[in-house]
Structures are given as C-alpha cells and as structure tokens.
Design a protein around this ligand. Structure first.
Ligand SMILES: Nc1ncnc2c1ncn2[C@@H]1O[C@H](COP(=O)(O)OP(=O)(O)OP(=O)(O)O)[C@@H](O)[C@H]1O
Ligand code: SF4
Ligand SMILES: [Mg+2]
Length: 325
C-alpha cells in the first residue's frame, strides 16, 4: 500500500474577494494554503477539520473542478491541470457528496442518471447497460429501482446510486465528502460497510471527508487534520487518535473517547471560539488566536509541517515539548 497515487505539491487556492479595487491591494480568502500531501494506492485518507477549514475546496481541486492558484496535483505522476491531461482528469476521480438528492437529476430516471456519464465517455447503449446492471448489483440497487425517479427512492438508496455513479468508470480516487451524514444512523453504518466492501473488491483509494470523528476513525488508514486552509497534523489513524501532538487536534478530538484505555487519563480540553476569518489571514500559526499554548513567537513566521517520527507530521514547532500538557 505504499505506492503513491495522488500527490499535491504546495497547493494553494486563494479566492479573490469581489470589490477588491487595485490588483496590488487585492484581498482574498486563503481557503487552501500550501498543502502538500500524498494519498497511497488502496488506502483511505481521512480529512477532518472544522467547518470552513478548506476540506471541500481541496477536494474540488483534486476532482479537477477547481484549478489551484498555485501548486500542482499529480495523479499517477501526471499533472491533472496540464492541458494535455485534460480528458483524463475527470475520469480518474469520482465523488460522492453529502446530499444525494441534489446530485441526481430529479427529472431523469436512475437508469438515465447512471447512463449519461457512460455515454459521455464513449460507451454504446449496450455496453453502458451491461455496466449499469453489473454496478447496480454490486451496490445493492435492485433492478426495479432503475426505472424510478430520485424522489421515489429512500435517502440510503439515493446515496447508493451516487456511489454507483462515482465508481462505475473505475476511477483511481474516490472522494467521499460527508457521504453518510444526511442518512439515518442505521443506514449510515450499512453504507459505510458497503463502501469498505467496494474498496476491497475494486482496490479503490478513498479520500474520506467528515465531521464525524468516530466514523473517520473507523474508515481511515491515515488522517489529515486541516485548520484555516493548512494541514495541522497528519499520520496513521492510531497516531492521530492516540498520540496527537498538535494543540488543535487535541481540542478537536477532545470530545471523542480514546480507544486505548491507557489514554483515558490524558488531559482533555475543548476548543473555544470560532475559526478566524481567512481573508488576508495574518502571518504566523493559523491556530494562534485559539491556542492556549500560544507564545509571542507563534505570531511571527508561519510554522511548517515536520516529521516527529514514522511519517507522523505536525505543524506546531513546540509539539513535542507540549506533549502530555
Ligand atoms: N467560491 C468561493 N469563493 C469565495 N470563498 C470561498 C469559495 N468556496 C469556499 N470559500 C471559502 O473558503 C473557505 C473554505 O471553505 P470549504 O467549503 O472548503 O470548507 P469546508 O472545510 O469544506 O467546510 P464544511 O465542513 O462546512 O463543509 C471558507 O471560508 C469558505 O467561505
Ligand atoms: S505554533 Fe504556537 S499557536 Fe500554533 S499550535 Fe503551536 S503553540 Fe499553538
Ligand atoms: Mg465541505
């Protein structure tokens, strides 16, 4: 599982603010600010962080829908925004979003919704039909559902259709952005297990985005913690949950009980306040305004991710010193 499938190289997305008068004084929202990460073939990389931390923006960049302001995205070593790779760009990444109803055309039958991307990608009607029936079976969509319209399906069934559509063309990467948060709890667990089965069967690679910190622990091999457009911490699920070193991760995870009983005595504290505006975000650590360990130096230079051992990366330069506090 060590082969790299996706590599982002110092990716930034700054949204210019409307009404910025001169180019020199142009103001922008630093939604994604210098993200370098890799996703390995066959793994699930979990992406967590508070609302507005830049998760969806990063996923849209990986999907080929939003060109970065700076930096590169390589999938299988190819720059997906290079003009020569344009056609491949959309085939190599599939996506499932939170609200299945809004991602399906209400006026098209399920069959037509599944057929359209196949026809666009050159399948004739017969081959498309074969693939649709095969995929529908894999994701447990009964044939009788294919002639229905989205509103005639339950939320769980609609989400299975979205999953079928995302994996049909055998994408290299599947982005799952809050795929189960709109579903009933009972259907959530079933859908998550189905996603794990599909991953095994097709050797899929997942980027799994959620606010649900228990779900992400269940699903992911590695986890990235994002805050204010930056990566705060990244490592194996075990490292991030049981030996998180960044003060932001500690605050974020303080509401989740640890799996390992030895960790139960670990000091816990809740995050207070809100994420500050990302408009013209100041220099220095992004978490500075909410960090209870902040010191004057933290507002100076922007800290960088560094490896504290075994691929466990942390952005806070004082992480090891603060461990256990
Ligand atoms: N098209 C846009 N124009 C301007 N700002 C944007 C645009 N899209 C996103 N943003 C801003 O970028 C920041 C990151 O947004 P994003 O949707 O990526 O966050 P998120 O982590 O997915 O949040 P959530 O958990 O609520 O889905 C936010 O401040 C948001 O307002
Ligand atoms: S760099 Fe400073 S403000 Fe940022 S997390 Fe570390 S101690 Fe807190
Ligand atoms: Mg989002």
């Amino acid at each position: 599982m060590n082969e790299i499938l996706v590599q982002t190289d110092h990716v930034k997305k700054y949204f210019p603010l409307k009404g910025s008068l001169s180019k020199k004084k142009a103001r922008s929202v630093k939604a994604v600010d210098d993200i370098t990460l890799s996703i390995r073939k066959g793994e699930t990389l979990g992406l967590v962080g508070e609302s507005g931390s830049g998760k969806t923006t990063l996923s849209r960049i990986l999907l080929g829908l939003l060109p970065p302001t700076q930096g590169k995205v390589l999938i299988n070593g190819k720059d997906i925004y290079a003009p020569a790779n344009r056609a491949e760009r959309h085939r190599s990444v599939g996506a499932v979003f939170q609200d299945p109803a809004s991602s399906l055309n209400p006026r098209a039958t399920i069959y037509r919704s599944l057929e359209r991307p196949l026809r666009i990608n050159g399948y004739d009607a017969k081959d498309a039909r074969e693939l649709i029936l095969e995929t529908a079976e894999k994701v447990n969509i009964g044939r009788e559902l294919l002639d229905r319209f989205p509103h005639e399906l339950s939320g769980g069934q609609q989400q299975r259709v979205s999953i079928a559509r995302a994996i049909m063309l055998k994408p290299q990467l599947v982005i799952l952005d809050e795929p189960t948060s709109a579903l009933d709890v009972s259907v959530q667990a079933q859908t998550l297990n189905e996603l794990l089965n599909l991953q095994q069967e097709f050797g899929l690679t997942y980027l799994f985005i959620t606010h649900n910190l228990s779900v992400v622990r269940y699903m992911s091999d590695r986890i990235c913690v994002m805050y204010g457009g930056r990566l705060m911490e990244m490592g194996s699920t075990q490292d991030v949950y049981e030996r998180h070193l960044h003060p932001y991760t500690a605050g974020l995870l303080s509401s989740v009980p640890p799996l390992n009983p030895a960790q139960r005595s670990r000091k816990r504290y809740l995050l207070s306040g809100d994420m500050p505006s990302l408009i013209d975000a100041p220099a220095g650590c992004r978490f500075c305004s909410r960090c209870r360990f902040a010191r004057p130096e933290c507002a100076g230079e922007m800290p960088q991710l560094h490896d504290v051992g075994g691929g466990h990366l942390v952005e806070c330069p004082y992480a090891l010193e603060l461990e256990g506090q």
